[in-house]
Design a protein around this ligand. Structure first.
Ligand code: GDP
Length: 446
């Protein structure tokens, strides 16, 4: 999970505060110190962390003067808002439109993950109904065309390039022309990421850009550079008109928080993040759902996005609909537990479900979380079909609770705990509305 450490530390700090009987100045300071430490560890710039801290303090002192306000909620809301502000460049990105030819040029330093990301980007759009084509305009690096060809073939995406032509501008123009003629609507041009001198690299980028007139230039950057991302993004922005950024390798680096916030500070919208070497390991970057997930609040939009990759198409709407139609039964909880316990991508995806993520499988405590889920499932195995299919917990009266406890070899307390968990999840899910057209970006998680 992206930035697991940062999210884990911040949500732990908030949870500790929630456990305190009274939220006084000391509790608030401890919580803020923990958050500050976590952000600095994620390589977020000191000045920014200081501002975040001051803003949370200001929001809390302003709002808690009103009588009857829930201090914890105010603090949580302020943390959420501040993290969103930190990562939001305040500028919406350009989005390609289906059926209308669009040229997207990729730039970035060699090793940043540019070529891999071109294919991921093409694949993502292909799954969403676009007709993408890839052009390899990197003639500097030996093997660049082979790499693109290999990636593109794996993803079944048409490609264009040359082993003999050494002029990147010529290849780029020819490739774009070819795909335009064949009515491709997303023409992606991969450029070189290295030259003998940096000035030559920027000059080549400028020439390719001038010749192909891209609708969008995407700058690809490796997250491990942390806050240095600010200078790198600025340098590229000064040479070509960068319209969006993709930050890669968010799966393996503790400095991702620094990279993301630094890019946002350059006012460049981050549109995707790369979360692994494989084709599907790319996530739409949307600030609010990202922060929700970071704080373990669950992210239905990320879930819907990802579910499209692992659940057969005919079952996708059904699953999401069942989860959100306001009839959250014990059986539905049982099925999601089964999914959560599965290894690999599906388990990871189900950990995005609101209510399931930080509460049941807290980061760093996955083993205990799994044991708890298995315990709950054993108890549910002793329940009747009617009980599992009803959203009415009253069916589980005292004698049924005792029977289920006996049947599963657990205590009455354990069964009551499991039912409490069910009530909690049912409450979370009663507030989640499914967008009419299943569009993840319309999803509203309160
Ligand atoms: P380029 O030189 O910028 O075109 O970079 P490549 O696309 O060749 O990628 C460099 C290395 O980074 C390759 O080994 C990729 O598999 C790896 N890579 C790219 N994106 C990601 C990512 O999001 N996560 C991880 N873990 N590795 C990545």
């Amino acid at each position: 999970m992206v930035l697991a450490q940062l999210g884990g530390s911040i949500s732990r700090a908030l949870a500790q505060m929630s456990n305190a009987t009274v939220v006084d100045e000391k509790i608030l300071s401890d919580c803020l110190n923990e958050i500050t430490r976590a952000l600095l560890q994620a390589d977020v710039r000191f000045q920014m962390v200081r501002d975040v801290q001051a803003n949370i303090r200001r929001a809390v002192s302003l709002e808690t003067h009103a009588a009857g306000t829930d201090k914890r909620r105010v603090i949580q809301k302020a943390v959420f808002t501040e993290l969103c502000n930190m990562l939001d460049p305040g500028k919406p990105p350009f989005l390609p439109k289906k059926g209308k030819p669009c040229v997207v040029m990729f730039v970035g330093l060699q090793g940043s993950g540019k070529t891999t990301t071109c294919t991921k980007y093409a694949h993502y759009h292909q799954r969403n109904g676009f007709k993408p084509g890839l052009v390899c305009a990197d003639t500097f690096r030996a093997g660049a065309f082979d790499q693109l060809k290999q990636n593109a073939s794996k993803a079944k995406i048409p490609f264009y390039g040359s082993y003999t032509e050494s002029d990147p501008v010529k290849i780029a123009v020819e490739g774009v022309e070819r795909f335009r003629k064949e009515n491709y609507d997303l023409i992606i041009v991969d450029t070189s990421g290295r030259h003998k001198q940096e000035a030559a690299l920027f000059e080549e980028m400028r020439q390719v850009s001038e010749a192909t007139k891209p609708d969008l230039v995407i700058f690809v950057m490796d997250s491990s550079i942390g806050q240095a991302a600010f200078d790198q993004a600025q340098a590229f922005r000064q040479s070509v008109s960068v319209g969006a950024v993709i930050v890669t390798k968010m799966d393996g680096h503790a400095k991702g928080g620094g990279a993301l916030s630094a890019v946002a500070a350059t006012k460049s919208p981050v549109i995707f993040i790369g979360t692994g070497e494989h084709l599907g390991e790319i996530e739409v970057f949307d600030v609010k759902p990202f922060v929700k997930r970071l704080l373990g609040l669950g992210d239905l939009s990320g879930f819907i996005d990802k579910i499209q990759e692992v659940v057969p198409a005919d079952q996708q709407p059904d699953l999401v609909k069942r989860l959100t139609e306001g009839n959250f039964t014990l059986r539905l909880m049982y099925e999601q537990f089964q999914n959560l316990l599965k290894m690999g991508s599906i388990g990871q995806i189900f950990s995005m479900l609101p209510g399931f993520s930080s509460e049941l499988m807290p980061k760093g405590h996955e083993k205990e979380g799994q044991a708890k889920i298995k315990r709950y499932m054993t108890m549910m195995d002793s329940m009747t079909n009617a009980e599992l299919d009803s959203a009415n917990p009253k069916l589980m009266n005292g004698s049924r609770v005792t029977r289920v406890a006996r049947g599963s070899g657990r205590t009455v307390r354990d069964v009551l705990d499991m039912l409490e968990e069910y009530k909690r999840l049912a409450k979370v899910w009663s507030k989640i509305k499914l967008p009419k057209n299943l569009d993840p970006r319309n999803t509203n998680v309160q």
